[in-house]
Design a binder for this molecule. Structure first.
Ligand code: ADQ
Length: 439
C-alpha cells in the first residue's frame, strides 16, 4: 500500500483506513500532505471482523479452501457493520464526483453501501487476493450479499483474468438479473449489468515499484552486503532463499520438505547448498497461523538436526520482518529464489527478486498457482502440491547452466521493467475515470 502513496499525492487524494491498532477514535491526520482519515476498530471488531470474517473465513476460502473456513454469524455481523462504517466515513469526506478506490476482501460490501449513500462518486474496487471458483464460493453462507456488495462498483479489478471470470460466474449464478455483456467488447474487461447499474470487471495485475528495488540492488553497497551474507553462511556454492509472510497459503512447509528430501537423497550437499527462509510474523491471533508456525519450526529443526554441521545450519530461519535495506542484499545473495505458494493473488516477492537481480544470474522457482506465473513465464514453474515436482524443480534450478540462467532472468527483467505499480494504479484509475456517474 506504501506504493500507492505517490499516486495519492499526485492526484491530491485522501486515504481512509484502519490504523492497525485496536481502540482509539476516528481521526483526521495530515501525513506529508496526504489527508489520512482513520477508522477506529474495537478489540471485539478486530476479533470478529478482521481475524474472524476476513482472515478465518474469507482468506482460506478464497485460497482454494486449503484450510477449513470458520462460518460464524457474529463475525459476519461485525463484517457488515464495519463495512457500513467505512462506507459512511468515505461518504462524509469524498468531494463531489470523486473517484473512490476500495481495496481488498475486507471491504467487499463497501461499493454498494457507498453507492446507496453517494450516487455522484465513481467507485472502483480491487481484490488483491484470488476470487474462488463458484463451487468453493457457494460454501459461503453470505455469498449473495458479497457479490451484491461488489456490484455497486463501477470497476471491479482482479489480479488474474480467471479471478474476474470466477466473480462473474458467481454473480450470475447467485443473483437474479445479473447480465454480463455478450459478446465481450474490450480485450480484458467485461460489462456486467445488475439493477440498472453496469460494472466493468477485469484483470489489472499489480506490480512493484521497480526502481525502489532495482537502483539500490545494482549499487556497490548491496553487492558488498551480498558477498558478506555468503561469507557468513559459510561460503556455500548455492544460496536458496524463501521470503514470505508466515502464511499457510505460501507453501513454506512443502518447500522445506523438498529441500530436506534432496539432502536426504544426496542430490544436494549441506556443505555446498544452504537455504535461508525469512518469515514475517502475521495474523498471530488466528489459530491456523499458530499451527503453521509450529509446523514450520518443527520442519526446520528436523532438517537441521539431520544435516547441519557444528556452526553451520543448513536452513537459516528468521521469524521477523526485515527492512527493505536488508531484504535487497538478501535477494542479491540468493542464487535460487523459492516462491511456492499453493495459491497467491500475485506474489510480489517473485517480482522483487527479479528486480533485485542486477547481475541477471539468479533462478526463480515459481508456483504455477500465483498471479505472477501468468507474467513471469521464464521462471521454473512448478506445482507445489507435487513433492517430486518440487524436488526436481529445486534440483534443476541449482544445476542450471549459467547461460540459461542469464537468458531466463533477462526475459523476466524485461517483463517487469515494462510495468511498475504506478502504471498499474494509473491504468485502473484511467478506466474508472471513464466509467460511472461523473464521467
Ligand atoms: P501478500 O500475501 O502479503 O500480499 P506478497 O505479494 O508476496 O504477499 O507481498 C509480500 C510483501 O511483503 C512483499 O513486498 C515482501 O517484500 C514483503 N515481505 C515478505 N516477507 C518479508 C519479510 N520477512 N521481511 C520484510 N518484508 C517481507 C497480498 C496478496 C498477494 C499480492 C499482494 C499485492 O496475498 O497475492 O501480490 O497482496 O496485491
Amino acid at each position: 500500500m506504501r506504493a500507492l502513496l505517490p499516486t495519492i499525492r499526485e492526484t491530491g487524494g485522501s486515504w481512509v483506513g484502519w490504523t492497525g491498532q485496536p481502540g482509539g477514535v476516528d481521526e483526521d491526520i495530515d501525513l506529508d500532505g496526504i489527508a489520512l482519515h482513520s477508522l477506529a476498530l474495537s478489540d471485539e471488531e478486530l476479533h470478529r471482523y478482521y481475524e474472524g470474517m476476513s482472515n478465518d473465513t474469507l482468506w482460506p476460502l478464497y485460497h482454494d479452501a486449503i484450510r477449513e473456513s470458520a462460518y460464524h454469524g457474529d463475525d459476519w455481523d461485525a463484517y457488515r457493520l464495519v463495512n457500513q462504517r467505512f462506507a459512511e466515513r468515505v461518504a462524509e469526506i469524498a468531494p463531489e464526483g470523486a473517484a473512490v478506490w476500495i481495496h481488498d476482501y475486507h471491504l467487499q460490501l463497501v461499493p454498494t453501501a457507498l453507492r446507496e449513500l453517494r450516487d455522484d462518486v465513481r467507485i472502483g474496487f480491487f481484490n488483491h487476493i484470488p476470487f474462488p471458483p463458484l463451487e468453493l464460493f457457494r460454501r459461503l453462507p453470505w455469498r449473495a450479499e458479497i457479490v451484491e456488495g461488489l456490484l455497486g462498483a463501477d470497476v471491479i479489478g482482479f489480479q488474474r483474468a480467471s479471478d474476474a471470470t470466477n466473480m462473474i460466474a458467481a454473480a450470475t449464478d447467485l443473483l437474479e438479473g445479473v447480465e454480463p455483456d455478450e459478446p465481450v467488447v474490450t480485450d480484458h474487461l467485461v460489462g456486467v449489468g445488475y439493477r440498472g447499474h453496469r460494472s466493468l470487471v477485469g484483470a489489472f495485475p499489480i506490480s512493484i515499484d521497480v526502481a525502489e528495488i532495482e537502483e539500490p540492488a545494482g549499487g556497490r553497497a548491496a553487492r558488498r552486503q551480498a558477498i558478506d551474507i555468503r561469507a557468513r553462511l559459510g561460503s556455500p556454492e548455492v544460496i536458496l532463499l524463501g521470503v514470505d509472510r508466515l502464511d499457510y497459503t505460501k507453501g513454506i512447509g512443502p518447500r522445506l520438505r523438498a529441500f530436506g528430501q534432496l539432502l536426504d537423497d544426496g542430490r544436494l550437499d549441506p556443505e555446498r547448498h544452504v537455504l535461508v527462509q525469512v518469515a514475517t510474523p502475521t495474523r498471530e491471533g488466528v489459530e491456523h497461523y499458530q499451527d503453521e508456525r509450529r509446523e514450520i519450526e518443527q520442519i526446520v529443526g528436523e532438517i537441521n538436526g539431520r544435516h547441519a554441521r557444528l556452526g553451520f545450519p543448513v536452513i537459516h530461519y528468521l521469524y521477523r520482518t526485515l527492512p527493505l535495506e536488508e531484504l535487497i542484499p538478501l535477494y542479491r545473495a540468493g542464487d535460487v529464489m523459492l516462491v511456492t505458494p499453493y495459491r497467491d493473488g500475485m506474489n510480489l516477492v517473485a517480482k522483487e527478486y527479479v528486480a533485485a537481480n542486477a547481475d541477471g544470474d539468479g533462478v526463480l522457482v515459481l508456483s504455477e498457482f500465483t498471479g505472477a506465473a501468468d507474467e513471469l513465464r521464464e521462471a521454473l514453474l512448478v506445482n507445489p502440491h507435487d513433492p517430486v515436482a518440487l524436488q526436481d524443480a529445486i534440483a534443476q534450478a541449482v544445476e542450471m547452466p549459467r547461460q540459461e540462467r542469464g537468458e531466463r532472468m533477462r526475459a523476466m527483467r524485461a517483463t517487469i521493467a515494462g510495468s511498475t505499480v504506478t502504471d498499474w494504479a494509473r491504468s485502473f484509475l484511467a478506466v474508472l475515470d471513464t466509467e460511472g456517474p461523473a464521467a
